[in-house]
Design a protein. Structure first.
Lengths: 355, 254
């Protein structure tokens, strides 16, 4: 017989799926439902049911579950140490630090991380059972929901647009309505570098009423551009005022044009100066801000969004975000990933033999 | 390079179709060898795509579809060894469908990896989704092409369940690793992007499947749930990317 909680969980997840569908239907969706009261209520109900689920599934082994999840947490910390801080050692060496120091830092942190991971991973495996992994999924879902709710309520997110010449240092966010949010540190972008892929590519367009349509990408064979049976020498392409890229008008009817594609951005990086303090003492840090590599300072997470050229100046868009529920939410996600894998792939026969 | 890519794709498709034919004819060892040939061709295709893209080739739909057969053969080996399930024909059918899709898509020879995609999460995120979607396709095919009642029906539903159990952790990793990646790349772990929402709907449907799986009273739900989950997979993977006029943070995957 299915118990009340399982039935309620099915109904809650089903209702959440229907609400998500209402907003996520490709053409006629209503995304406002995601932040509506019904969705918040369903999230709360799902979290409570997950908590009940974890409590009931781990019945008689609750202390074991707590220890198992703690051991899991420490083994993940070991992995993060192994991954992140050893990478920091390499980065330090790359930024001009002595190579041996980078290597030593890498080795020490990697070793500590490996030891953490091995010891706590072993303990986790000893403590957890398939049933407890299932309880762990439910507990992680609760942690995720708590983090999401805290962020929904208290997250702060602002956009900073700074010139990339170090001329502006900001220590607060100016709000459009006139307010001011202090960051607790000052921040400037000293320089900005953009790298492009060095390959060249071309597109052949047909012109219809002056508009380029039906793009075809000719293949580059030596100096020749080849599209089907047609071939053109790439040196035919010329620049002209008002045209950002070289082009060639192909004679004949219909009118066609070959354009050299603009170079594709490979990477961009903002070199930042952060003036902050460490336990009351002033501290100046130089950081490289890249996409995928945010920097953190005083509870704020700074992420590089994009850049634009404005009257010959490069303006860098940076997102400043303070999300108090982030760690709980991310921990919940990691917990769900690991517990799901262990629950689904746990060797049932082995466990039955043990019990 | 484009000729090489299309030739390899076509050959892999032919061998995948051959695997299905041999499986239907009951020549399992030959089907296995044929499926292995698909894997070698797909590996060649993967290398060619990597050379052309100058980065791990997971950046657009054709890349991902062409990668499908590469994970389907190891999945068949795993299922044969550890689940005693001979599924070469089924998995080759999923590969064939993906390869037909890859052949229909433009080559996008000028595709280059944009900065947001240059992350350690990129390859694991895509590979786990490809594995999950491939296995769930097979699970759906298994329950779709079978009689509604009888012992064979029960056996196939159980086999499909084993596949879902194998696939679900990959899907879970894909979904939540995407959120962890988005936290670093976009400064938000969840943006209610349409692709994210559909991935969450799909995940939710399989969550319901796991809640009803062990209860005999809900045995009739399993088949519709597997098909519903597969429909959600199709919408997440294809419809959201291919429909015009859809604004998505995942638009680079088109």
């Amino acid at each position: 017989m299915m118990n009340f909680y399982t039935k309620a969980a099915i109904m809650a997840v089903g209702a959440a799926c229907v609400l998500l569908l209402a907003g996520g239907f490709p053409l006629m969706g209503a995304p406002a439902v995601y932040r509506g009261g019904a969705m918040l209520l369903l999230g709360l109900v799902s979290a409570l049911l997950s908590l009940c689920g974890a409590w009931r599934i781990a019945s008689g082994q609750r202390l074991r579950l707590v220890f198992g999840l703690l051991f899991l947490f420490f083994s993940v910390i070991g992995l993060v140490m192994l991954w992140q801080y050893s990478a920091q050692g390499i980065k330090f060496a790359e930024q001009g630090g002595p190579l041996w120091m980078g290597a030593l830092a890498m080795f020490c942190t990697a070793l500590s991380g490996a030891v953490f991971f091995a010891v706590f991973g072993y303990l986790t495996k000893r403590v957890m059972t398939r049933r407890l992994w299932l309880a762990g999924i439910h507990a992680s879902l609760v942690l995720l929901t708590i983090g999401v709710y805290v962020d929904y309520k208290y997250e702060e997110r602002y956009r900073l647009i700074l010139p990339a010449d170090g001329s502006v240092s900001t220590d607060a966010v100016q709000l459009p309505e006139g307010g001011r949010v202090p960051l607790g540190f000052s921040f400037a972008v000293e320089s900005f570098s953009v790298a492009h892929y060095d390959d060249e590519s071309y597109t052949l367009y047909t012109l219809e009423e002056g508009r380029p349509v039906r793009p075809i990408q000719p293949e580059l064979q030596g100096d020749m551009l080849v599209a089907g049976k047609e071939r053109w020498n790439k040196n035919l392409l010329k620049t002209a005022p008002g045209m950002p890229q070289p082009f060639y008008l192909v004679p004949g009817n219909p009118q066609r044009v070959i354009l050299r594609n603009p170079p594709v951005v490979k990477d961009y990086c903002a070199h930042c100066l952060v003036n902050t303090d460490y336990r009351g003492r002033p501290e100046q840090r130089r950081e490289q801000l890249r996409v995928n590599e945010p920097i953190s300072c005083k509870g704020w997470l700074l992420s590089l969004e994009s850049y634009e050229l404005h009257h010959g100046r490069t303006l860098v868009r940076v997102q400043a975000r303070r999300a108090p529920g982030r760690i709980a939410a991310l921990s919940g996600m990691v917990g769900i990933i690991i517990c799901t894998a262990c629950w689904c792939w746990w060797n049932k026969e082995e466990e039955e033999a043990l019990t | 390079m484009s000729y090489l890519i299309y030739t390899l794709t076509s050959l892999a498709l032919l061998f995948a179709l051959g695997t299905i034919g041999l499986h239907i004819a009951g020549h399992e060892p030959a089907a296995r060898r044929c499926h292995k040939a698909v894997w070698y061709l797909a590996a060649g295709l993967f290398v060619a795509d990597w050379v052309l893209a100058q980065a791990p080739p997971f950046g657009n739909m054709r890349h991902v579809l062409a990668f499908f057969p590469l994970v389907m053969y190891p999945a068949s080996v795993y299922l044969r060894r550890y689940r005693s399930l001979s599924a070469d024909g089924w998995l080759a059918a999923a590969s064939a469908a993906a390869l037909i899709g890859a052949l229909c898509m433009p080559l996008q020879a000028t595709w280059r990896q944009m900065p947001a995609l240059q992350s350690p999460w990129f390859a694991p995120h895509v590979i786990s989704y490809v594995l999950a979607y491939g296995l769930l396709t097979v699970a759906a095919l298994m329950v779709l092409i079978h009689p509604l009642r009888g012992g064979e029906s029960i056996r196939r539903t159980q086999n499909a369940g084993a596949l879902v159990r194998l696939a679900f952790p990959f899907m879970t990793f894909g979904l939540w690793s995407g959120a962890l990646w988005a936290d670093a790349a976009w400064g938000a772990y969840w943006s209610w992007d349409i692709k994210e929402v559909w991935a969450l709907i799909t995940w939710g449907i399989y969550i319901i499947y796991f809640h009803v799986e062990r209860h005999a009273a809900f045995a009739t739900w399993l088949r519709p749930l597997l098909l519903l989950g597969f429909a959600a997979v199709l919408v997440t993977f294809f419809v959201v990317n291919l429909l015009p006029n859809i604004q998505s943070l995942h638009s680079y995957a088109q």
